[in-house]
Design a binder for this molecule. Sequence first.
Ligand SMILES: Nc1ncnc2c1ncn2[C@@H]1O[C@H](COP(=O)(O)OP(=O)(O)OP(=O)(O)O)[C@@H](O)[C@H]1O
Ligand SMILES: [Mg+2]
Length: 227
Amino acid sequence: MASGMAHEINQPLSAVVNYTQGCIRHLENDGSEKNKKLIEVMEKASVQAKRAGEVIHRLKNFFAKGKLYISPEKSGRLIRESINLIKDEITKADVSIKYKLGKNLPLINVDKIQIQQVILNLVHNAIEAMVETPKDKRKITIKTALTDDGKKITYIFQDTGPGFTDEVADKIFQAFFTTKPKGTGMGLPISRSIIEAHGGKFSILTSKGKADGGVCFTLPVTDKKRR
Ligand SMILES: Nc1ncnc2c1ncn2[C@@H]1O[C@H](COP(=O)(O)OP(=O)(O)OP(=O)(O)O)[C@@H](O)[C@H]1O
Ligand SMILES: [Mg+2]
């Protein structure tokens, strides 16, 4: 149902985007100075319609997640492969990635595609959090380690951005909560729901009672042999 509904809503939304883009082209061709204001407003309408489309798309993925396709995976390789998918974006944003991956960790039992989605959400958030950070200081540190009971792997993502303010930290798991003009506010709620569906925990890190921009989650290991 989620996917049918998403389709029904996305069709008219795409039409709105196309019509507004058409209007913008007409106004631009006309070349008149007073059209500038109209073009500006039409651009805003188009951006908002696109944003609504993105919200619908993410909601569909959230509800239509369905079955997990679990397979044994290497925890470090999953990280490196995910980062590789967006390496151009990372380079363009002048962000460096530091890996502190545990050695000889057991394999994890995960739906690879869904965990990749979580990793990409977190890296995107970190990149976006560091836009005001000086270029030479933009760094994401990714750590993995086995939990004390040996049953899970902990993943930690930290960035050198400003961290979560207390006010933001209280609201991040509310669907649609965002501080970004083009954000949907679905990234963290979706990530948490994926991790919990795997039997793991998802939380933001705090130090001295303050959230410091780090995010942490756990994933269950298989009982297969260590890598
Ligand atoms: N690494 C981070 N450092 C500081 N604040 C963060 C970080 N990650 C998330 N946030 C805050 O949490 C809010 C919610 O994040 P979430 O990923 O759920 O949505 P979003 O990034 O705003 O939108 P979308 O994921 O759809 O692009 C963000 O708007 C931002 O204020
Ligand atoms: Mg996000």
